[in-house]
Design a protein around this ligand. Structure first.
Ligand SMILES: Cc1cc2nc3c(=O)[nH]c(=O)nc-3n(C[C@H](O)[C@H](O)[C@H](O)COP(=O)(O)OP(=O)(O)OC[C@H]3O[C@@H](n4cnc5c(N)ncnc54)[C@H](O)[C@@H]3O)c2cc1C
Ligand SMILES: Cc1ncc(C[n+]2csc(CCOP(=O)(O)OP(=O)(O)O)c2C)c(N)n1
Ligand SMILES: [Mg+2]
Length: 594
């Protein structure tokens, strides 16, 4: 970890002749100034040799709080959770080599869900790059496929502008993670600092915000003459802060609306016009409406395979598709659309709403009433029913529903890990507000739940933050319970412990004739004692009648992190379910369909 003499002398030589003027700063100091200029409040990170000058610069400032995690993966997840909840750019700092490789899962997770982040990675000194130096890895090469952009800073003079570009790229257009690779000598070298750049221009990067007026007009015509219209909204509505515009549009038109897993909260789940989530574990009514609509308005949603199911089945019904997306490469990627509108969802919806206000045409009330009748028919099947009154075993859905009932009037944030519990959280917690549901959809990364929760709790200290998890996922970043204690981020962990990698077990039951190959979670730790060992409160809940009292008790412990180990029905499956290769309306509704 020590700075070698060679490193010091080569960096000193590089910076000699520049004089010791007061505006001269070390690269590391320029980097910290850049973060301050970007109004960064928190950085999650883990130190190592290559970033020690940067850590030294952090030591000398007091506007940015650095959070020392226990694993670099969690640093990126925590910053990512913070970004999802606040809309700001999340920042993580890792050292070279293993620090960076540990961060890779976090970066890929943010990339798949289009989350704005800047990840600063230390690198070996520039003269050592390519020489198999200690803790060297090809950061730019390793991260290239999982970043929106990456930079290797070769000269400290470029640091300020590179940081400016990194933040600009991360937060504009389709957001995404940007990696800035900073060799150790670059962080050590002194350069003249003329202040943080005010403007940034990149010839080849000019994301379009405003949609094409002619295309929006065409969309308007289609929408207002539709007989069976449907609005399919996704994560882009949250990323583009266009929740209000979406709500106004739906209210003006009176059309049914669905959200993807990533879009939950963009439209209030408690409104009748909301048909629930669509897709593999969506509601019957949401999927039927998707299949049977005649005009589909897709906003900030990318026709994921979990939403479309078998594309051939999806194409069997004819419908006109309008697709609003800021990324032209998202359009007609998986499903061919009729009216592409490239632009920011907020700008486009604002224009569309203005055009509807001006238009003399009104939605076809008679056709709409028939369409709603069909939808109510599907809805009356009550596809989300489950054995709610079971007194023998805790049904996982009941835990989530109880949590929702208790917290629906408070400003609660819900994170989840990946698996069955994630789907039950999405189905049974009814999100009415944006950015309250924080989960990994695109990469489906087990282990995000605790880091997401602790990242959010720092940003929203007055809000309750719950992490709905499984006993499998929670063990992937459980070491962060230690970070929660150190930084006083009291979160509530709701572990739906079914003693199985439940989602895997479910697939093995349904698709592999019940051959449960390595999906049973044997030799689990005593989570109550584990929580206590980390300085927190642990609770074991085994009976259905104890679910509500336990949640109430945990909420009362406002200043403590509480780990609730709910022993849930190990055989429960997530329904409805669209099996691999099936169409979105070819759903399994319950165990009776197996
Ligand atoms: C176990 C598991 C099960 C799952 N089951 C389901 C399921 O049943 N249903 C489901 O929906 N998903 C499910 N998913 C999630 C799924 O894999 C995808 O992550 C999700 O469907 C993608 O959501 P989205 O289309 O809203 O796109 P996102 O990934 O949120 O992408 C957002 C889109 O909006 C665009 N965009 C971004 N910003 C703007 C802006 N300002 N203006 C305009 N456009 C913008 C982007 O370019 C992108 O195309 C599951 C995931 C897991 C792990
Ligand atoms: C890092 C990672 N490894 C493997 C998987 C595949 N996978 C998806 S869900 C799941 C099981 C999750 O088990 P648990 O956390 O107990 O949740 P449950 O499904 O039982 O609710 C697995 C292994 C994944 N999504 N992420
Ligand atoms: Mg499990």
């Amino acid at each position: 970890m020590e700075i070698s003499k060679a490193e010091l002398s080569s960096a000193a030589a590089a910076s000699s002749g520049m004089g010791a003027q007061s505006e001269e700063l070390m690269g590391a100091e320029v980097l910290v100034k850049a973060l301050q200029a970007e109004d960064v409040k928190f950085v999650w990170g883990y130190p190592g040799g290559a970033v020690l000058y940067i850590y030294d610069a952090f030591y000398k400032q007091d506007t940015i709080q650095h959070v020392l995690v226990r694993h670099e993966q969690a640093a990126v997840h925590a910053a990512d959770g913070y970004a999802r909840a606040t809309g700001d750019v999340g920042v993580a700092l890792v050292t070279s080599g293993p620090g960076l490789t540990n961060a890779v899962t976090g970066i890929a997770t943010a990339y798949m869900d289009s989350i704005p982040m800047v990840i600063i990675a230390g690198q070996v000194p520039t003269p050592a790059i390519g020489l198999d130096a200690f803790q060297e890895c090809d950061t730019v090469g390793i991260t290239r496929p999982i970043v929106k952009h990456n930079f290797l800073v070769k000269d400290a003079k470029d640091l300020a502008m590179t940081m400016k570009k990194a933040f600009h790229i991360a937060r504009t257009g389709r957001p995404g993670p940007v990696v800035v690779d900073v060799p150790k000598d670059v962080s050590f070298k002194k350069v003249a600092y003329h202040g943080y750049p005010e403007k940034v221009e990149m010839r080849s990067y000019n994301p379009v915000r405003k949609g094409h007026g002619g295309q929006i007009r065409k969309a308007l015509q289609l929408l207002l003459t539709a007989k069976r219209p449907y609005i399919y909204s996704g994560g882009g509505v949250l990323l583009g802060n266009a929740t209000q515009e979406l709500r106004t549009l739906v209210d003006m038109l009176g059309y049914p609306v669905t959200n993807t897993l990533m879009g939950l909260g963009a439209y209030p789940a408690s409104d009748r016009k909301f048909l629930g989530m669509l897709g593999m574990h969506g509601t019957l009514e949401a999927n039927q409406a998707m299949q049977n609509c005649d005009v589909l308005l897709a906003v900030g949603a990318r026709f994921d395979d979990r939403v479309i199911g078998n594309p051939k089945h999806f194409a069997q019904n004819e419908r006109k598709i309008i697709h609003v997306d800021i990324d032209p490469s998202s359009i007609s990627k998986r499903v061919k659309v009729d009216i592409p509108i490239v632009g920011d969802v907020k700008d486009v919806l604002t224009e569309l709403i203005a055009m509807i206000r001006e238009s003399d045409t009104r939605p076809d009330a008679e056709a709409l009433s028939g369409w709603w009748k069909a939808i109510e028919g599907w809805r009356s099947r009550d596809c989300m029913k489950y054995d709610r009154d079971n007194t023998e075993v805790i049904k996982p859905q009941r835990v989530v529903e109880t949590l929702w009932n208790l917290t629906k009037d408070s400003d609660a944030y819900i994170t989840s890990d990946v698996g069955q519990h994630q789907m039950w959280a999405a189905q049974y917690y009814r999100f009415d507000e944006p950015r309250r549901w924080i989960n990994s959809g695109g990469l489906g990364t087990m282990g995000v739940g605790i880091p997401y929760a602790m990242g959010i709790k720092l940003a929203k200290p007055d809000s309750e933050v719950f992490c709905i998890t499984g006993e499998g996922s929670v063990q992937m970043c459980i070491q962060e319970l230690s970070t929660c204690l150190q930084y006083n981020t009291p979160i509530k962990i709701v572990s739906l412990n079914n003693r199985y990698l439940g989602m895997v077990r479910q697939w093995q039951e349904i698709e592999y004739s019940g051959r449960y190959s390595h999906s049973y979670m044997d030799a689990l730790p005593n989570f109550v004692k584990l929580a206590e060992a980390y300085g927190h409160v642990g609770m074991l809940i085994e009976r259905p009648q104890d679910v509500e009292p336990a949640l109430r008790e945990a909420r009362k412990l406002k200043d403590r992190t509480v780990f609730m180990d709910f022993r849930t029905d190990p055989t429960e499956n997530v329904f409805p379910m669209v099996q691999a290769g099936k169409g979105i309306t070819e759903m399994l509704m319950g165990s009776e369909d197996l």
